[in-house]
Design a protein around this ligand. Structure first.
Ligand code: BMA
Length: 372
């Protein structure tokens, strides 16, 4: 009898353990009041990560290398036949209450593109090159080391900055699907801050000031303005050490996604460094994401004009395939006549177009139709 009891006990323990293995944990974004759709999107990242790495392209629907605002068009789709799984947008200048962003994309169009993407089962992320509130110049105006301090509580520009965040928050709250539900997006704010080229950069504020800026912004949207359709992404510039990555990290309770930005030219030495940097930075973000149940991404990358016709398959693919990252975002294909070489995805007829096709045909690269 004792043996039978023991056997029964063993079976129950085994069944429970097996069940635990098959039941996927529910991942919680940092906003405990996140909308159902936002929680679902966050969990979708974990599920899709098992399948592969999503391709993302900045401004994909608004314009391309030699076109602007052609409904349904995207350079990625022209070349590969499908839309990117994720589309990035730029919110810079929304804070000013103007109609279009710093790259001349109308916010009303951006809203429609986001709705269209959501309808198609695609995902949206957004960055914010917010102007320098102290000088009225762009986010690249980084001469002063007082701007971050000035927007923090009790700072001289704090009240005005709240108005700027308010305008951005209103935009987030205006993103609704066909059922009137808020569309969730990944907000990649105050990026590349380990470099010194934005007013929130590492030569422009102390680590403590940066962290306060981050926390203030999350708490403003989440706790004061009740914006609950955001997933927060922290994306440094390329770092050389783990300490550098975490020196300004606001803490696990304020970040959902970890990433970094890293670019290259086609110079042999630059390529060697790029491979090394990508590998190291992906390791840093995936290690921490795995430890803390978060998502890791490549926030921005690319080779301007893509003079290397094996860039996607031979440079990028082998590195990203070693790690568990959720997506890789290639920067924009500028439409402006004065920026003919500023593009990061080959357009139709470009010498690297075939390489992009081969890249998206890899089993572990996910496009829009793979993530529906
Ligand atoms: C930069 C360049 C700029 C652009 C900015 C914001 O990297 O592409 O031309 O204005 O991003 O999108």
């Amino acid at each position: 009898m004792k043996n039978i009891c023991l056997l029964f006990f063993a079976i129950v323990v085994c069944l429970t353990a097996c069940d635990n293995k098959t039941t996927k944990p529910i991942m919680q974004p940092i906003d405990k009041n996140a909308t159902k759709e936002t929680q679902e999107l966050y969990n979708k990242f974990f599920n899709l990560r098992e399948k592969g790495i999503m391709l993302a392209h900045q401004d994909a629907l608004a314009y391309g290398h030699d076109w602007y605002k052609e409904p349904g068009r995207s350079d990625v789709k022209d070349v590969t036949g499908d839309y990117p799984a994720i589309i990035g947008w730029e919110l810079g200048h929304i804070e000013l209450g103007v109609e279009y962003n710093l790259d001349s994309v109308y916010f009303s169009d951006m809203r429609n593109y986001i709705i269209e993407t959501n309808r198609r089962g695609g995902i949206t992320t957004a960055s914010w090159h917010v102007d320098n509130i102290a000088t009225g110049n762009t986010s690249w105006d980084c001469e002063q080391d007082t701007v971050v301090r000035s927007v923090l509580p009790n700072g001289v520009h704090h009240t005005q900055y709240l108005k700027w965040m308010d305008r951005l928050g209103d935009f987030f709250l205006s993103l609704k699907d066909d059922n009137g539900h808020l569309i969730s997006i990944v907000f990649r704010m105050y990026h590349e801050h380990t470099g010194g080229w934005f007013w929130w950069g590492n030569r422009q504020c102390t680590p403590e000031e940066y962290k306060k800026l981050w926390v203030m912004t999350v708490e403003y949207f989440r706790d004061k303005k009740s914006v609950h359709n955001l997933i927060y992404a922290y994306s440094t510039a390329t770092v050389k050490t783990e300490e550098e990555f975490f020196e300004r990290y606001p803490g696990d309770e304020y970040v959902d996604i970890l990433g970094f930005d890293c670019y290259t030219s086609n110079e042999p030495e630059a390529l060697v460094n790029y491979k090394k940097d990508m590998d190291f930075n992906i390791k840093v973000v995936t290690d921490h994401a795995n430890k803390t149940n978060k998502i890791a991404i490549v926030g921005e990358t690319g080779m301007e004009s893509i003079p290397n016709t094996a860039y996607f398959t031979e440079v990028v693919h082998p590195i990203i395939s070693k790690y568990n990252i959720s997506w890789i975002l290639f920067w924009r294909n500028a439409w402006e006549a004065d920026k003919p070489n500023h593009y990061y995805i080959p357009f139709k007829g470009h010498p690297a177009a075939d390489d992009l096709i081969k890249f998206v045909e890899k089993d572990n690269i996910l496009m829009n139709q793979d993530i529906k």
